[in-house]
Every structure is written in structure tokens, then in C-alpha cells.
Design a protein around this ligand. Structure first.
Ligand SMILES: Cc1cc2nc3c(=O)[nH]c(=O)nc-3n(C[C@H](O)[C@H](O)[C@H](O)COP(=O)(O)OP(=O)(O)OC[C@H]3O[C@@H](n4cnc5c(N)ncnc54)[C@H](O)[C@@H]3O)c2cc1C
Ligand code: FES
Length: 272
């Protein structure tokens, strides 16, 4: 059982969850994820880590309320217990001194990109962080990201903060401005990561994306999370979740993500 230290809404529909787990806090690295199960019959919810405190023994995730399980998670309170909180899972994102690194985040990925930007900065990279939201009231953690970035660039779809448009629009501008970009890391919804990968394809800038296909066991046993990368089948939970965005079969990924849409809709309707 893991005690909840904090659960709060950061912005509408996006929540922060901090859980006590000294073992995971000691081992966790940028790009790792955990699997949360809220009760014996609950589904497994994979969440990328957004922060941690090794001394306090806590791990923080940022999650979007999208369906039945994430709605139940949003009802949790400080002092409640989570029966299953497993991690660190997956491979960590490779952190090296590349030169100039652009960290791109959207929705929950604004949180998950933060430890990546922090680690890239501490390895001596020039870090440009790029984040997007539909509107200014859906942006969060700009202060935390500014602290670990040389530059923070914001896009909103309605133009209420930063420039109007998407992360991919900003990336195209950065590619024109910067002499070299050595690596791009992107975390967030699948369409944004696809867009980012397409924006950097022509210039062949290495673009790493953190895939979030449906997962069940998270340990390479069930095959639910299989994706095609460079023509080969990979299991996102053990081979990833981070892969080269230019090598991913995006059509297959998007089709597979929609497989359970009827069940997901039904489970919300049954509950209401
Ligand atoms: C490695 C990984 C890391 C992730 N990190 C985060 C994160 O940090 N924050 C966050 O908000 N979300 C993250 N997700 C997505 C998150 O796990 C799903 O949004 C969540 O499981 C939805 O559950 P639900 O019952 O609320 O929604 P549902 O109604 O069940 O589904 C809503 C959407 O979530 C997707 N989904 C459902 N179940 C799963 C599952 N078991 N695994 C993956 N996707 C699923 C479906 O494709 C659907 O599009 C991550 C997913 C993966 C695989
Ligand atoms: S979630 Fe089962 S193999 Fe990846």
C-alpha cells in the first residue's frame, strides 16, 4: 500500500499525484513509468514520472482525466492509500551531452518532460523547452520548466499565451533559428508526438517520442503494447516507451489505440 502525499488539480482535467515509495524514488530516472491499480479489479494505469524526491521517498506523476480509471484517480485525497504502485518500468531516456536539446511537451507531457529537461540541463546541454495547451488556463509548470531551460517557448491554440498554434509550428521556427539541434524529445498525446516527428523529418533531426499504447502487464508478457518501429515489432513497455519518431508506424499505432474505444465508452456509461 502506498500513501498519497498530495493529489491536486493543476489545471482543469489535469492532476498531480505524489505518492510515497522510497524504493521507486531511489531508482527512478527520466522517461521511466509506473503502473497504478486503484483496487483489486481496477485496470492498470501506466503513468510517466514527472518528478521525485529521493530524500523524502516520493514520486510524482501528472495525469489527465480521460476515462473511468483516471476519474477515480482524480477523486483520491491526501492520506488515502493506493494498493498497487509498481515501478520503475520501461527504459530511461538516454541523457548525454548532445549540445542543443529541445524538450517538447503537451497535456500530461508538460509534467513528464520536466525531469528530462532538468537532466539534460544538468549534463550541460542548451535546453529549449517547448510546451502547448489549448488555452492559457491549461498551462502549468512554466516556472519549473523555466528554471531548467535556457528558453521556454509557449504555444496556445487560441493565442491567449505565447504564440498561436502548436508545438510543431514552434519547432519549425526553432529549426530555422538555431545553427544546430542535436536532439528532440517529445512527450504527450500521440497526435502531438506524430506532428513533432513530421516537423523534424525533413531535416533528419533525431526525435525521440515517448509512446503510450494500451498496456496491460507492463512487463513484456501480454503483447498488448506492441508497436512497429523500423519495420520490427517492439513492446513499448520493455523496449521503450521511448523510440525514434521517424521510425514508428504511426498508422498502426493510431489504429491499435482505438481498439477498445467501445469498451472505454461503455465503462464510463455504466458508472454514471
Ligand atoms: C507508458 C505510458 C505512460 C503514460 N503516462 C501517462 C501520464 O503520465 N499521464 C497521463 O495522463 N496518461 C498517461 N498515459 C495514458 C494513461 O495510462 C491512460 O490515459 C489511462 O490508462 C486511461 O485510463 P481511463 O480508464 O481513465 O481511460 P479509458 O476510458 O480506459 O481510456 C481513455 C484513453 O486512454 C487510453 N488507455 C486506456 N487504458 C490504457 C492503458 N492501460 N494503457 C495506456 N493507455 C490506455 C485509451 O487508448 C484511450 O484513448 C500513459 C500511457 C502509457 C502506456
Ligand atoms: S504491456 Fe504487456 S507486453 Fe507490454
Amino acid at each position: 500500500m502506498n500513501k498519497i502525499i498530495e493529489r491536486k488539480m493543476l489545471v482543469p482535467n489535469i492532476h498531480l499525484l505524489t505518492v510515497e515509495d522510497p524504493f521507486i524514488a531511489r531508482k527512478i530516472q527520466p522517461g521511466h513509468f509506473v503502473i497504478v491499480k486503484l483496487d483489486e479489479y481496477g485496470e492498470r494505469i501506466p503513468l510517466t514520472v514527472a518528478d521525485w524526491d529521493r530524500e523524502q521517498g516520493t514520486v510524482t506523476c501528472v495525469f489527465m482525466q480521460v476515462g473511468r480509471s483516471s476519474r477515480k484517480m482524480a477523486e483520491l485525497k491526501k492520506g488515502d492509500y493506493i494498493p498497487t504502485f509498481v515501478g520503475p518500468l520501461g527504459k530511461m531516456i538516454e541523457i548525454k551531452n548532445y549540445g542543443t536539446v529541445v524538450c517538447v511537451g503537451g497535456c500530461y507531457g508538460i509534467g513528464s518532460i520536466y525531469p528530462v529537461a532538468r537532466a539534460m540541463k544538468s549534463r550541460g546541454n542548451k535546453v529549449i523547452s517547448v510546451i502547448e495547451a489549448r488555452s492559457s488556463f491549461l498551462l502549468y509548470w512554466e516556472d519549473k520548466l523555466s528554471e531548467v531551460s535556457d528558453d521556454l517557448i509557449i504555444s496556445t491554440m487560441d493565442g491567449s499565451a505565447g504564440k498561436k498554434g502548436h508545438n510543431s509550428d514552434r519547432l519549425k521556427e526553432i529549426i530555422l533559428q538555431e545553427k544546430t539541434i542535436d536532439r528532440i524529445i517529445s512527450i504527450g498525446c500521440t497526435f502531438m508526438m506524430y506532428d513533432v516527428s513530421e516537423a523534424t523529418r525533413a531535416d533528419q533531426i533525431k526525435t525521440i517520442v515517448s509512446l503510450n499504447p494500451v498496456m496491460v502487464d507492463g512487463t513484456g508478457m501480454c503483447g498488448a503494447c506492441r508497436v512497429e518501429v523500423g519495420g520490427e515489432t517492439k513492446f513499448a513497455c520493455v523496449d521503450g516507451p521511448d523510440f525514434d519518431g521517424h521510425q514508428i508506424n504511426w498508422d498502426l499505432l493510431l489504429t491499435r489505440r482505438r481498439i477498445y474505444i467501445k469498451e472505454e465508452t461503455n465503462s464510463e456509461e455504466i458508472n454514471h
